[in-house]
Design a protein around this ligand. Sequence first.
Ligand SMILES: [Zn+2]
Length: 310
Amino acid sequence: MSGVSTRRILLLAGLIVALAAAFLTERAHAQDKPLNKVNAVATTSIIADFVRNVGGDRVAVATLVGPDGDAHVYSPTPGDARTIASAAIVFVNGLGLEGWMTRLVKASGTRAPVVVVSNGVTPRKMQDEDRPGRMAADPHAWQSVANAKIYVANIRDGLSAVDPAGKAAYGANAAGYLAKLDELEKQIAEAIGGIPAGRRRIITTHDAFGYFGDAYGMSFIAPEGVSTEAEPSAKDVAAIIAQIRREKSPAVFLESITDPRLMQTIAGETGARIGGTLYSDALSAPDGPAATYIEMMRHNLRELTKALSG
Ligand SMILES: [Zn+2]
């Protein structure tokens, strides 16, 4: 072999090695990035948790109102419009929860289907906060596990429509999750059912537990004339004390009151037990006590039974 042809062979071999390396790197990159995941957007952390459970590894979920956020008064960002613009499907609660959403969807220019996950729920009525004296639909339907199951079925059907190849996977994921919700529902009904009917009365600053109360036989009473945003005045506290006595409520959850002395006064004057924090509209941060819907419902159940047990 002449020197020239050896060099040629070496060059050729080098080229082949380089091409093979480039090809393998390309393939490695393709595997790094999620293969055609369905981009889903959920307005709240609770809905996002349902979508994650049904979507499994086929779906990437973006949440607009994150943990501990308030979907009633949310101000969308330009980033939210971009998130929706790149979505294959959008999940909203409906029942008037996300008043800001119609405009945001329009501004995003998306053509993705917008699925109202509460479709099929029988809405209960509540006082309209924006128009005193008028009634409006109560949006907090997920507080009844039976309604959460309707949400999950709507999410399963929505994902199957935009990603027909995943229909079987979504069906299996939903069935597994629905079985867990069955368990949860049984646990709540049994625990609340174990509390004497006359003691199932809670005063709470959150007006978000109407569906829970209807489903499991419990009354939640909001303190009258007390703003949930500001620390109550001495007069407010006197009114709360009078109301606890009148309603004979054995427990109060007053999350807007952060002053422990006020809490002690209320407890001392009425004998009512002071509960901790109930999660209503949003999950906690991942390291908190309500990182998923199921954990949230179990946490609330623990707090309620602790406050109401004799
Ligand atoms: Zn709410």
